[in-house]
Write a protein that binds this ligand. Structure first.
Ligand code: HEM
Length: 462
């Protein structure tokens, strides 16, 4: 006991001295480079400002620092030194103009679950090749052929929701966006494959945000096992497609990947195909489902807007012989009020609030140094909530998008630059089709309103 009384202060003194010595060495290193670090606080040794971030809402944490330090500031989160960027110019600098100086960065545990060949972990040649394939399967010219299938999936999803029970809206929307993702990736896929993929994908999804430990019974370990099975199922589907020699005709993602050959005749491996399928499913599902959940919530909270969307959709419904004829691509392009509602929901909710990159070398921005290896965080949410760019930004007002061209500098719900979302048109199409059926013919009441993923609604057919 006496020994402990002696050693504890000595240890504290030792680590404090060590911390300041490391700080000094780092300072000297940065002085060699003439630029200075951005303003901001690095918080406590190792943990940095992690406790502050987790003890308040991320909005309060980041906005408070933006007000104090300006458009660029430093912080340290989960042991990683970060530079946070909150102006459109700074975001453009990192994601567009100097994108080659910053690489995508994800925790290894997450990369292992998705698969290391997924396009968003890469840059340069491999990324460009895969991105072209993903884009080719998601172009408006391709997805216009999916309208009827998406409509069928939406109608059956709504049918299963509207039986008077209270539903978790986010979970139901996830189910739908999974189905739409499968459609875009495979075209028509046999039901047994769909079921097997769904079962295993759910396990991966559950483990994704859990603590990454391999302890028996842990969600992460179960997710890793499910990920292995997913790979096997995807390999079987891929081999079947190859044997059937169907890919040449298809425009879905799997066909695009099977047809891909470099100039030297190199094709994609089974692992590369599987990792990218899981990557696209992953990028598509939660994002679209949470956007849909927010749209439902905002319309519920704004009865006048709901009436306007209802009126717009009812007119289309009537013109289709009360739904006897299917919705057309052309009609989905002519839903101005519904479209504005979707854009405003994307702005207000800012589903992807920020992204991460890592500096591959020392970079200078406006006289500040972003040291090699530091994380860089462009904050989309703060730009969407900046009164300089959006008047009265906390007011839900879809009419702000009426008759004005979208400004890609300040409106970035789908990101920007080389990694910007290739699925944005599909996501919007899915939301338009959902609102076409949901708004005029269902009444819904909200129960739990604490977090978007716990919003529960009861749907009743009118
Ligand atoms: C409302 C729904 C969606 C939102 C808000 C959204 C948002 C985003 C954002 C912000 C990024 C850029 C991330 C970064 O720069 O680090 C991104 C990338 C991506 N998204 Fe989406 N997304 C949505 C739906 C979809 C859908 C439906 C698909 C596919 C079917 C998809 C596929 C992808 C892929 C593959 C990437 C990575 C692109 C690359 O690295 O080149 N997303 N998404």
């Amino acid at each position: 006991m006496e020994k402990a009384i002696f050693f504890v202060p000595v240890l504290i003194l030792f680590f404090t001295i060590l911390y300041y010595v490391i700080l000094r060495i780092n300072k000297n290193k940065f002085h060699e480079n003439k630029s200075k670090l951005p303003p901001g606080s690095m918080g406590w040794p190792y943990i940095g400002e992690t406790l502050q971030l987790y003890s308040q809402s991320p909005n309060v944490f980041f906005s408070g620092r933006q007000n104090r330090f300006g458009e660029i500031f430093k912080t340290k989160i989960l042991g990683c030194p970060c530079v946070v960027l909150t102006s459109p110019e700074a975001v453009r600098f990192v994601l567009i103009n100097q994108a080659n100086l910053f690489k995508p960065t994800y925790p290894k545990s997450k990369e292992d679950l998705i698969g290391p060949w997924a396009l968003f972990f890469h840059q340069n040649e491999y990324h460009i090749r895969l991105r072209k394939l993903v884009q080719a399967s998601l172009y408006p010219g391709v997805i216009r052929n999916l309208v009827t299938d998406i409509e069928d999936l939406t109608v059956s999803a709504l049918d299963s929701m509207a039986n008077g029970r209270v539903i978790n809206t986010f979970s139901e929307m996830k189910r739908l966006s999974f189905e739409v993702g499968i459609l875009a990736i495979f075209g028509n896929l046999e039901t047994h494959y769909k079921e097997e993929l769904r079962e295993n994908y759910i396990m991966v999804d559950r483990g994704y945000n859990s603590f990454p430990t391999n302890l028996p019974g842990s969600p992460y370990r179960r997710a890793k096992k499910a990920r292995k099975r997913l790979g096997e199922i995807l390999n079987s589907i891929t081999r079947e497609r190859k044997e059937q020699k169907l890919p040449a005709a298809g425009k879905d993602l799997l066909s695009c990947m099977l047809n891909s050959k470099t100039e030297s005749g190199e094709t994609l491996s089974e692992d590369q195909i599987a990792d990218n399928i899981i990557g696209v499913l992953f990028a598509a599902q939660d994002t679209t489902a949470s956007s849909l959940t927010w749209v439902v919530k905002y319309l519920h909270d704004n009865p006048k807007l709901l009436e306007a969307v209802k009126a717009e959709q009812m007119e289309i419904y009537m013109s289709n012989g009360c739904g006897k004829r299917p919705l057309t691509w052309h009609q989905t392009r002519n839903m101005p009020v519904t479209h504005q509602v979707i854009l405003e929901s994307l702005r207000m909710a800012s589903i992807i609030s920020f992204t991460f990159r890592e500096a591959v070398t020392d970079v200078e921005y406006k006289g500040y140094l972003i040291p090699k290896g530091w994380k860089v965080m462009p904050l989309f949410r703060n730009i969407h909530a900046n009164p300089e760019f959006f008047t009265d930004p906390h007011k839900y007002d879809p009419s702000r998008f009426k008759d004005t061209a979208l400004n890609p500098r300040t409106f970035m719900p789908f990101g920007t630059g080389v990694h910007a979302c290739p699925g944005n048109e599909l996501a919007k199409l899915e939301m338009l089709i959902m609102l076409h059926h949901l708004a005029p013919r269902f009444r819904y009441s909200t129960y739990n309103r604490r977090y978007y993923y716990s919003y529960t609604h009861s749907m009743t057919r009118l």
